[in-house]
Design a protein around this ligand. Sequence first.
Ligand SMILES: [Zn+2]
Length: 270
Amino acid sequence: MDKSMKITELGISLFTVGKIRAVENESFGVYYLSEPEFEIRPIAEKLFPIFQYEKEYFNDPDAQFKVFLRRDPFVISNGGSACRYAFISGYSAFGGFDPDKWFNVLIHEMTHTWPYMDDNNVGEGTWFLEGATEYYCTWLPYIGGFLDDEFTVKCLNEKIGRRYYQNPFRETPNMEIPKIQWKERLAQECPYGRGFLYLANTEAQLRRAGKGSIDDIVKQFGWDRPMHPADWKAFLQERLGREAVVQFEEMTAGKFLEPDRIFLKTDFKL
Ligand SMILES: [Zn+2]
């Protein structure tokens, strides 16, 4: 994989002086400028093995990663923003946050390094960029044994329950969402939940049919070689046939998604 930096990436880089604090190992570093009232080290050390597991999973063994944590002046904090092999996240100067929720933001931003779909025409690839990131950042730490049932159950209910089923914009078409998402915060969250649920449903269909996994296409593409919706459709057509392509088009048009019956069976093991 080409790891050279693009000019646009320099444009979103931070230049600073002064004492920089760090918690790092050979491939992963967490950097911050002032000591918060909570400890960064245990959070960073929880991320190290998940990063190791994910980079091996996505066949990217030489990946190096940097996280910049910033104390911000906002009451509503703990958001994140990712670029390739790095992300920034903030914690509020006012204190008070849900550590599990924040940890999930951190693994979400880290996971953005791998699943990728072109989204220059904003809305076309958002369902995948955010949905696949949500899907993998929930399942990989769980199947790798890094996060327990309780954490994962909380994530599932937040990501599928609150962000999709309880979302008033759950039937808004993908291409309509960018027009309103900066006014309607909940609309902006819809592609995360919709994409996650749609991909989990597709994974269930593939496994039931013995036709592999969404991993087979996800791992072929990346930031250097973005997937396009046409690639996704070709994959569906090849593995599951025309009906799956129609289901995909219905999803993009905002058709309500039901959870695959696989979710409702307690004896099914992925
Ligand atoms: Zn994201």
